[in-house]
Design a protein around this ligand. Structure first.
Ligand SMILES: [Zn+2]
Ligand SMILES: [Zn+2]
Length: 164
């Protein structure tokens, strides 16, 4: 099977990127920090191996912020308009990145595997049917199908070996 190639970009057109294949996991996060960083209800992040993401044009600027889980993470934004394209987390360093699904040319391409941090969701937001929802975080090793757990474990091993 040939991997699907998808493209996306920032709000001003300066940054364009390509992502190959399906994500390891997709989270719809309603934590307070995602709300503050976007001014919106929540964020949808699709997590991929770094090799699957290619910056096609434009320049990114990294912003260090705190994640809902408490750790530091980097938000990579368009250097011109500030749109957030993806995030990099300490667990995997640059071996992986969570792409902001709203920046894809087809933002409906990926359905969340989980809705997280529902404890801080805005009270009028209705949770989607058929997608597991969690008050804070969840155990990805229990929720994801084995082939995607294997991809995640491979990245964790590489990180342990000093990559990223
Ligand atoms: Zn831009
Ligand atoms: Zn969040």
């Amino acid at each position: 099977m040939v991997d699907t190639v998808r493209e996306g970009g920032c709000g001003c057109g300066h940054v364009r990127y390509r992502v190959v294949g399906e994500p390891i996991f997709v989270n719809n996060c309603h934590c307070r920090l995602c709300q503050q960083q976007t001014g919106s209800t929540s964020v949808v992040n699709a997590f991929f191996e770094g090799e699957r993401i290619t910056l096609l044009q434009g320049e990114l600027k990294d912003h260090a912020v705190t994640a809902g889980s408490g750790g530091r993470h980097l938000i990579c934004r368009c250097a011109k308009c500030g749109s957030a394209l993806w995030s990099i987390y300490p667990r995997l360093g640059r071996l992986g990145a969570g792409v902001r699904v709203g920046t894809l040319d087809d933002p409906g391409a990926f359905r969340p595997d989980a809705v997280i941090f529902t404890e801080s969701k805005m009270p009028w937001v209705t949770l989607p049917e058929g997608i597991p929802a969690f008050e804070t975080v969840y155990n990805q090793f229990e929720l994801l199908p084995p082939e995607r757990v294997a991809r995640l474990e491979a990245l964790i091993e590489r990180r342990k070996a000093g990559e990223g």
